[in-house]
Design a protein around this ligand. Structure first.
Ligand SMILES: Cc1cc2nc3c(=O)[nH]c(=O)nc-3n(C[C@H](O)[C@H](O)[C@H](O)COP(=O)(O)OP(=O)(O)OC[C@H]3O[C@@H](n4cnc5c(N)ncnc54)[C@H](O)[C@@H]3O)c2cc1C
Length: 456
């Protein structure tokens, strides 16, 4: 347990960015530093509301069960607070309407809890809790424009702000998100540019928010599937009884951003639950359609760099930003912030913390990255060459059969949900029992989980 009266490290830790990664980082740093300053470029509203720095917050933000439990361990009582604010907590198998490429999944206990809230509510709850930490201060409207270095440019000693002010730091955490300028700041200091991997499914989101009566589900997922089913939707019933409805299209099949076009696109998805919801829904005044197109998977391979500055760590989207369809970003960010806390509790000095977090951040990223790009490479190849490469075809064949079982076999559905929520390893999808079903049972089912002999 950290000794909160006597922090281990003197001086100030600086965090760039007050998103989910930055807020959770500030929380763990507060246990170990004399002072923590969170520096945010945009304005932070005093209420749960939209803000400029995170345009993605307008869209459905599902928190995976793994991320929810990690957040709860850092902010005890958070889940209850969100529930009290009106955010439904429910069994994902029973109270989500789920449609995959093989059809609609029958409702059945899924064994994992899902929590539906707006990203604005989550950030606001985190901001308030971080502000309660006695040693943390937050400074908004303060864009960071560069790193400050020691004489031989091996150690980061502070940050430079847009107004020219320089802030000293014992440790700097970059949590400035998908569009981080860290690679550029590193090269400006004479370090090689980090290798960057980009896999782009050509996906765009467009979201509207509605007032609508309660339904017999709290969330709706209609997932797309490479390479022949580009469209899908995510819907959540959030605090205040509002429905956030995000529609999306991959492979360049983008939803329109005018209201009428958006509604036509939504109708074309062909999901009866979505159609019924929208038939009785009223768009919230003045919200309109919000679009987001920069959804490519983006990995900065900081851990592979031969030289890395002392006293600098990066977490969250700065390390890896994912295709949002998989809903992994916030969970990965929270797990990395927690790893930062563990390193601070264990390591003897801040150089060791830097080394350990760089390794752990990369390790935490690995599986989510593979899950995300294995699907998105198909879109990318499809766009560039028309067909997936030979080496991807066995995985596609396996996935198609597995997805039929997700519809037809509740046990496979539960395994799938566990993997999706990151509480089970993806290897569970190829464990002997599931593997046997995929090889010997899946062939009996067609679309919709219907047996080829007509029974279900
Ligand atoms: C459309 C979309 C939908 C998504 N849906 C989901 C989902 O369902 N589930 C999920 O888990 N994840 C989702 N994500 C991912 C999720 O938004 C991020 O992974 C998560 O917020 C962690 O990001 P972060 O804190 O690293 O960065 P961000 O949340 O982007 O925060 C970065 C912060 O840094 C600030 N900043 C940037 N530059 C500077 C600077 N120079 N100086 C000071 N401050 C700066 C920004 O203003 C911002 O506040 C989605 C992403 C997108 C794009």
């Amino acid at each position: 347990m950290p000794d909160r009266q006597h922090p281990r490290f003197p001086g100030q830790a600086l965090v760039i960015g007050a998103g989910v990664a930055g807020l959770t980082a500030a929380r763990v740093l507060a246990d170990h530093f004399e002072r923590v300053l969170l520096v945010e470029a945009g304005a932070l509203p005093p209420v749960a509301g939209p803000r400029g720095g995170v345009p993605q917050a307008r869209h459905v933000h599902g928190m995976l069960a793994r991320g929810a439990s990690a957040l709860e361990s850092l902010f005890p009582g958070l889940q209850a607070e969100l529930v009290a604010a009106g955010a439904p907590l429910f069994d994902h198998g029973l109270l989500a309407s789920t449609t995959v490429a093989a059809g609609r999944v029958p409702r059945t206990p899924g064994g994992v809890q899902a929590h539906a809230f707006s990203r604005d509510l989550l950030e606001w709850a985190l901001r308030r809790r971080v502000a309660e930490q006695p040693r943390v201060s937050v400074r908004d409207r303060s864009p960071v424009t560069g790193l400050c270095w020691d004489a031989d440019a091996t150690r980061v000693v502070g940050l430079r702000l847009a107004d020219g002010e320089v802030l000293d730091a014992a440790l700097v955490v970059d949590a400035s998100g998908r569009f981080t300028r860290l690679p550029q700041w590193l090269t400006e200091a004479g370090l090689p540019r980090p290798e960057q991997r980009i896999v782009d499914a050509g996906l765009a989101y467009a979201t509207m928010v509605f007032d609508a009566p309660a339904r017999d589900f709290e969330a709706l997922q209609h997932v797309n599937s490479a390479p022949d089913r580009p469209r899908g939707t995510f819907v959540v019933h959030v605090e205040g009884g509002r429905w956030i409805v995000t529609v999306f299209g991959a492979g360049g099949d983008h939803p329109p951003t005018d209201e009428r076009g958006w509604l036509t696109f939504a109708a074309d998805i062909g999901n009866p639950d979505l159609d019924e919801l929208l038939a009785s829904a009223t768009p919230l005044d003045g919200v309109g359609v919000h679009a987001f197109k920069r959804t490519e998977n983006r990995l900065n391979r900081y851990a592979a760099m031969r030289r890395w500055p002392r006293r600098l760590v990066a977490i969250g989207d700065s390390v890896a930003a994912f295709d949002p369809v998989f809903g992994q970003g916030m969970t990965v960010a929270v797990l990395q912030a927690r790893a930062l806390g563990e390193a601070l509790a264990r390591a003897d000095d801040l150089d060791a913390v830097t080394r350990r977090v760089r390794r752990r951040a990369a390790a935490i990223t690995r599986t989510p990255w593979l899950m995300s790009v294995s699907e998105d490479l198909v879109w990318q190849y499809h766009r560039e060459r028309g067909t997936p490469p030979l080496w991807l075809r066995p995985a596609l064949w396996y996935k198609r059969r597995l997805v039929r079982l997700v519809v037809a076999d509740p046990e496979v559905f539960r395994t799938f949900l566990g993997v999706y929520h990151m509480v089970r390893s993806p290897t569970a999808l190829a464990a002997p029992r599931t593997l046997a079903k995929v090889l010997f049972k899946a062939g009996r089912y067609g679309p919709g989980g219907t047996r080829h002999d007509g029974t279900t």
